[in-house]
Design a binder for this molecule. Structure first.
Ligand code: ADP
Ligand code: MG
Length: 591
């Protein structure tokens, strides 16, 4: 074996570089972060071959003193912190003083800079640890940095790079992340000589629109929550606008884009009741907290953070978002896109949902849980008779879903409101209503039972039979009376009123399935939502069931009152508005 010896300076730097500079996109991130830290307002990026051949970043920041130029390229040299205390309150994106040095060890790096008080600029170049002299050069105030032939000095690493298109896509994404949190900066991105992106200086809302598109804004809900010195602002997608992957979650902590498991988990929990588990919400969330509550020095790439009070952050994200998502129903949700036009700062875009409107305080126990429901119908709400079905335009705004005019193919309810036509997916909407009512009834222990005139009997295996026998008491508590009617026969004698018109055998089997899988304790605890959601599905009005106008209107009124009815239990939309002006356009009216 060879003897122990110290590695040379360049090799040390090349090894360490691997942690910071993984691919062109990571170099680009470091360069743009430096420009942001330097107070730039205009940043122009030019890439060749996805950044593999060349990355150039030009900014109009404060520039670098020419005496410091050599230091800028030296490992562990930074202008951003001086001591341990500074490390606990880093406000800049950079602080480790290793990015430029790392790049210089694996590529050729050229810096041209003019410090804000200098009369002209300076230039220096470094390649594989060897630096040229600092020489005068022409430049306006600011800094240009060019990274040529990334990993030319470390060919093994270069082999790991993907096609230039893929590397470009990574660069594009990295830039998007930074552009989102810095709308005050203008960004330009060119690839192989072609201008591809241009985001002018903007408000937060305008930048969001430029990056996420019009569609996202249509589906966005504004967030502004604060607790214990931690503030969370931004936008989250309505459940009906979701993504198939986690990539579309943009979360920032004190201006720094982070990938954080704790926050992802809180997001997931907040959406669990309104979004299918394989879908992900799209979010742009900006968390600000006192610097000493978060440790940013966790990883060289600085995309991870550690919170001193993780629980506080989790609770704030979870509760803050749940509160907003609860209000996704036609009676309360408003189109936030209108808020985007005249607000200058995202910080002042308050959650504009009328959470305290008197309609939302209606007590659910009035909701006729004990009414007997004729089979094949929708339970009419109180106070709504056929006289009210004609449109009263003055009063119409209090009924956002308007009044039913017809049923389409036994699937959709057509309704007229002051904006035009509403189309409601009858089954999806009813399923959500039932689900919400069931959750509430169980929570408040107000489950009303309905005795069945003729018990529903069905065959089960001995294990299931025994289980039901042992758990009769607890089943009773959730509204089911199930008794043993023979050696392999069960009789269902009563069910919760809310489910009475459903497929009762199927519902009983769902219940037994749950018992077999999880035991009885879960029926009464918080984890029963999955089961309640299946119940709701099996009890909701089926397609091709003819509803009267009264029944249809009753369903519309319930949708307006009950939380989260904008989406079904799987996160699909339950209704859509078709505006009169849109219909006018179809027929070229008024043109
Ligand atoms: P860090 O950002 O962690 O300090 P870097 O290696 O990225 O380390 O940069 C080293 C130093 O070079 C920075 O501290 C900063 O003073 C200077 N610097 C780098 N890029 C720029 C720039 N675009 N404008 C002004 N100064 C810069
Ligand atoms: Mg830096």
């Amino acid at each position: 074996m060879t003897r122990i010896h110290s590695l040379d300076r360049v090799l040390i730097a090349q090894i360490a570089a691997g942690e910071v500079i993984e691919r062109p996109a990571s170099a680009l991130k470091e360069l743009v972060e430096n420009s942001i830290d330097a107070g730039a307002r205009h940043i122009e990026i030019s890439l060749i071959d996805g950044g593999i051949s060349k990355i150039e970043v030009i900014d109009d920041g404060i520039g670098i003193y020419h005496e410091d130029l050599v230091l800028a390229l030296t490992p562990h040299a930074t202008s951003k912190i001086s001591n341990l205390d500074d490390l606990e309150s880093v406000a800049s994106l950079g602080f480790r003083g290793e990015a430029l040095a790392s790049m210089a060890s694996v590529a050729s790096v050229t810096i041209i800079t003019r410090e804000q008080h200098a009369s002209h600029g300076y230039r220096v170049q470094s390649r594989a640890g060897r630096m040229t002299e600092v020489i005068p050069a022409a430049r306006s105030i600011g800094t240009s940095i060019v990274v040529d032939e990334l990993f030319s000095e470390t060919p093994a690493r270069r082999k790991f790079l993907k096609s230039s298109n893929t590397e470009f896509a990574h660069c594009d994404e990295v830039l998007k992340r930074m552009a989102l949190s810095h709308p005050e900066i203008e960004f330009r991105l060119n690839h192989n000589g072609k201008p591809l992106r241009h985001w002018p200086q903007a408000t937060h809302q305008q930048r969001l629109k430029a990056l996420f598109g019009e569609e996202f804004i249509k589906g966005a809900l504004a967030v502004d929550e604060e607790a214990g010195g931690v503030r969370i602002e931004g936008w989250i997608s309505r459940p009906t606008y979701s993504s198939s992957n986690r990539e579309s979650q943009y979360v920032y902590v004190n201006g720094r884009f982070v990938r954080d498991k704790l926050i992802s988990h809180a997001l997931r929990q907040a959406y669990q009741d309104v979004l299918h588990h394989q879908r992900f919400p799209v979010v742009a969330l900006f968390i600000t907290c006192p610097f000493d509550l978060v440790d940013v020095n966790v990883h060289p790439a600085k995309t991870e953070v550690r919170f001193r009070e993780p629980q506080t952050i989790h609770q704030l994200v979870f509760h803050g978002l749940s509160k907003i998502l609860d209000k996704t129903n036609p009676g309360q949700s408003v189109d936030v896109s209108s808020s985007f036009t005249n607000t200058n700062n995202y910080a002042v875009l308050q959650n504009s949902l009328p959470i305290d409107s008197p309609r939302s305080t209606t007590n659910f126990s009035q909701f006729g849980f004990s009414q007997t429901i004729p089979s094949n119908s929708y339970r009419p709400s109180e106070g709504l008779d056929r006289n009210e079905e004609k449109i009263d335009t003055n009063n119409n705004h209090s009924y956002p879903l308007g009044f039913a005019i017809a049923q389409l193919h036994g699937i959709y309810i057509l309704s007229q409101n002051d904006q035009g036509l509403i189309i409601v997916d009858m089954h999806a909407a009813h399923e959500r209503i039932l689900y919400e009512q069931l959750k509430l009834a169980i929570k408040n222990q107000i489950i009303q039972k309905q005795q069945l005139l003729i018990p529903v009997t069905f065959r089960v295996d001995p294990i299931a039979l025994n289980l039901v026998y042992e758990n009769q008491e607890i089943l009773n508590q959730v509204g089911f009376e199930l008794s043993v009617a023979g050696p392999d026969l069960l009789a269902l004698r009563s069910v919760p009123v809310l489910l009475a018109k459903g497929d009762l055998e199927q519902i009983a089997r769902d219940l037994i399935g749950e018992l077999l899988q999880f035991g009885s304790s879960r029926l009464l605890d918080e984890k029963h939502n999955q089961l309640l959601s299946t119940f709701a599905c099996h009890a909701a009005v089926r397609a091709h069931r003819q509803l009267t106008l009264t029944e249809m209107n009753a369903l519309l009124r319930d949708m307006e009152l009950i939380d989260r009815t904008d989406q079904c239990n799987h996160g699909r939309p339950t209704w859509r508005q078709v505006g009169l002006s849109e219909i006018d356009q179809w027929f070229l009216r008024g043109q």
